[in-house]
Design a protein around this ligand. Structure first.
Ligand code: AMP
Length: 723
């Protein structure tokens, strides 16, 4: 049997497709109830579930736990009972096991696979924890789907209308989700946008009422219930009860036993309760408006508002939504059962395939609206064939990475996949990566969920890519693919250069101190890879006098502008011969002295040699960034040979710039440069300025090209493994 499971904050339910009718049906638990409280009591005989656990919890027994779903995905324990720690995932695994056992016993067959629902607003980590809990309960997870989407599926079975736009307002015990769903064509259900608040639900209404009751008791009896822990627990339980009474009638009576006062009854009016909690409702209203804004629609464009979740039974909810939208919300679905029923339908549906989001399409995607507003909603009808339904969902959270701003002055959240983009989706980026000298073959990747600044977003974990092979000069290109799978879970994969095999990636907890990403990035961090530069100076006869003095001045000022803690500079003199007058050296003074000592004609007066063989010999095996700057005036005798030797340097990934003045041939400068942008024909008076600019761009860029950012290139995507 395939089952749909609503693992709720306060109640859970299981459903499956009824073979005969072909429609979803709730499977009752061993007590014959359609819903099971999401409460566990730990006794000496083992965990207890169902109404017994709920009664014990309501009576204030301390060995009970509830609402643990709110802490799903957290690494720290949710509770400690009888000296044993339990995380929310541990507790969910126990509850799911019980739900599975009950459903199997009632249906008389085993559950092979299950679709489990989660709040739309769940982040990747919470979804992964849900999957892990299910597996530990012995369930094979077919899919994780969003609760509002599941509710819309259940609603759609009996109320299908082409082009209908349904706003699903889901207020449960611990979470609030609002989702805009479109019924397109005959049987296509598309989620357009979704928003939510993880920390807003019926419990917050209970707390408000609890605080109010405490105040009233103080005012009216002079007794302070805050002094007695048992009375406080009793009041918290009574608050929920009172809230439920107020859903039925205008006034509720709350019986409280006070230690020094005896039995006491407080009367609460629905009006009072409504005004106490008005701001909570407003919070949901703000999120509804956000969903409409994201989809580019107004209230008048909404066909139906569908109420889901136990807390929508409070009359204040439909009243508020009517005031906000001018529409009477509908509650055609049983809020306790609709989600499980929709999940059961999902067990029969096919998964959509991955779409690829390329960087150039990102801006368009951010402003997308999948709604077809021109056509009005069609006639209501029942769906006769479940197999024909196609459902697509979205991710509520943008996926981004920590990057450095264009100016290099701040860490930013660079969006890779925008919020409310249909899942499953993948996008890949490639960038140059410099491996360090020894054993440094790992790269850390921080993925962000949300649109805010890096530290205001959820960071699911640290992904560490390992096994990176070193390219020439320690430089290599990595392709990193980010994806949301159909469950809304993030997957990060990495490949090197043109490899077809994924590099190993391990997940590590996010470090406690991430504060560095809230500060401006240190320039050094991006210059950290070693830089080696060879300066080759033409010392042929035509350079004698003023040209040589200007060239030496320009080269010395270049040396002075470089950060010599990460840079080494070597000098070559070239004319009829090429001679290394200084090997790579990080002492700026020695570099300048070597430049000043160069004499015209010391390697001959002609132009028959070129410096490229020496450059390749000196730089070919160096790690980090490698540059050559060749300064020439006039035309060299053996240009073809020089170009061939220069190309060998380019092939070895030595970025080469050629600066020419005087009679230097522009085409030749281009031929010996590694890119046209690096061929610079200038006047003698501009030499210092030109070298200064090169020094600046080399210092501010962590890339190979002078002044051109190449750290991020679009990359092809590849297949993504499921779950
Ligand atoms: P759910 O998470 O969807 O099961 O919703 C559970 C929440 O619904 C809890 O906060 C309950 O207190 C609340 N709830 C259930 N029934 C009612 C009711 N009749 N009136 C008000 N709130 C209710």
């Amino acid at each position: 049997m395939l089952a749909g499971i609503d693992l709720g904050t306060t109640f859970s339910a299981v459903a499956a497709i009824d073979g005969k009718a072909g429609l979803p049906k709730i499977i009752p638990n061993r007590e014959g109830s359609n819903i099971t409280p999401s409460v566990i009591q730990f006794t000496d005989e083992g965990p207890v579930f169902g109404s017994e656990a709920k009664d014990a919890f309501d009576a204030g027994e301390t060995n009970c736990v509830s609402t643990f779903k709110r802490s799903m995905g957290e690494d720290k324990p949710y509770c400690s009972i009888n000296g044993k720690d339990y995380t929310a995932e541990d507790l969910s695994a126990l509850l799911l096991k019980r739900l599975k056992e009950d459903a199997e016993a009632a249906a008389g067959e085993s559950i092979e696979e299950a679709v489990i629902t989660v709040p739309a607003y769940f982040y990747s980590k919470e979804r992964e924890a849900t999957i892990s809990a299910a597996r530990r309960a012995g369930l094979k997870v077919r899919k994780i789907i969003n609760e509002p989407t599941a509710a819309a599926i259940a609603y759609g079975l009996n109320h299908w209308r082409t082009n209908a736009r349904i706003l699903v307002y889901d207020l449960g015990g611990g979470t609030f989700d609002v989702t805009l769903v479109e019924m397109k064509n005959e049987s296509e259900l598309n989620t357009i946008s979704t928003e939510g608040d993880h920390y807003l639900g019926g419990q917050d209404w209970d707390k408000r009422l609890g605080t109010f009751l405490v105040q009233r008791i103080r005012e009216e009896t002079g007794e302070d219930p805050g002094k007695n822990q048992n009375t406080l627990i009793q009041i918290t339980r009574l608050a929920e009860n009172c809230k439920k009474q107020l859903s039925q009638k205008q006034e509720a009576k709350v019986p409280v036993s006070l230690p020094n006062f005896g039995h006491y009854i407080i009367e609460v009016k629905r009006e009072e309760f409504n005004s106490l909690t008005a701001d909570l409702l407003d919070k949901t209203g703000v999120l509804c408006e956000a969903v409409l804004r994201q989809a580019g629609v107004r209230w008048t464009d909404i066909t139906d508002i569908l109420l889901v979740g136990g807390s929508t039974r409070m009359p204040q909810v439909p009243e508020y939504l009517f005031k906000l939208s001018g529409k009477k919300p509908i509650s055609h679905v049983n809020p306790d059962e609709a989600v499980a029923l929709g999940a059961a339908v999902q067990t029969t549906l096919k998964d959509p395939v991955y779409t690829t989001l390329d960087k150039p399409d990102l801006e368009k995607a951010k402003g997308r609206s999948g709604l077809n507003l021109s056509a009005p909603a069609g006639q209501e009808k029942k769906i006769s064939n479940l197999m024909g339904i196609r459902v697509s969902d979205v991710t509520p959270h943008a996926l981004g990475i920590i990057a450095v701003s264009e100016k290099g002055d701040a860490y930013i959240n660079e969006t890779i996949i925008p919020a409310n983009y249909p899942i499953p989706v993948k996008s890949a980026r490639a960038f140059r990566f410099y491996t360090g000298s020894s054993g440094d073959n790992e790269l850390e990747v921080y993925v962000l969920q949300g649109d805010k600044r890096p530290l205001e977003c959820k960071i699911p974990c640290k992904y560490v890519v390992s096994g990176i092979r070193r390219g020439k000069g320690g430089k290599t290109t990595l392709r990193i693919q980010y994806s949301y799978n159909g469950n809304g879970v993030i997957n990060v994969q990495a490949r090197q250069e043109d490899d077809a095999v994924d590099l190993p990636i391990r997940k590590e907890p996010v470090p406690d101190d991430m504060s560095k990403y809230g500060l401006p990035p240190e320039q050094k961090e991006f210059m950290a890879e070693k830089t080696s530069v060879f300066l080759a100076l033409d010392v042929s006869g035509s350079m004698s006098g003023k040209p040589l003095i200007s060239a030496k001045d320009a080269m010395c000022s270049f040396v002075e502008q470089m950060d010599m803690s990460v840079t080494r500079i070597g000098i070559i003199a070239v004319s009829d011969q090429s001679r290394v007058v200084l090997s790579l050296c990080s002492d700026a003074r020695r570099c300048c002295k070597a430049i000043r000592d160069i004499e015209c004609g010391e390697t001959g007066f002609g132009n028959s040699a070129d410096p490229f063989d020496d450059i390749l010999k000196e730089l070919g095996h160096e790690e980090g960034r490698r540059f050559a700057i060749v300064l020439a005036d006039g035309v060299w005798s053996h240009q073809t040979r020089a170009v061939r030797a220069a190309k060998a340097c380019h092939k070895a990934e030595i970025e080469t710039a050629a600066i020419g003045f005087g009679d230097a041939d522009k085409q030749f400068l281009r031929d010996i440069s590694s890119s046209d942008a690096n061929a610079l024909k200038v006047s003698q008076s501009e030499l210092s300025k030109t070298f200064g600019k090169i020094a600046q761009t080399m210092g501010s860029s962590n890339s190979g090209k002078f002044g051109k950012k190449t750290d991020e290139i679009n990359a092809e995507t590849w297949e993504t493994p499921e779950l």
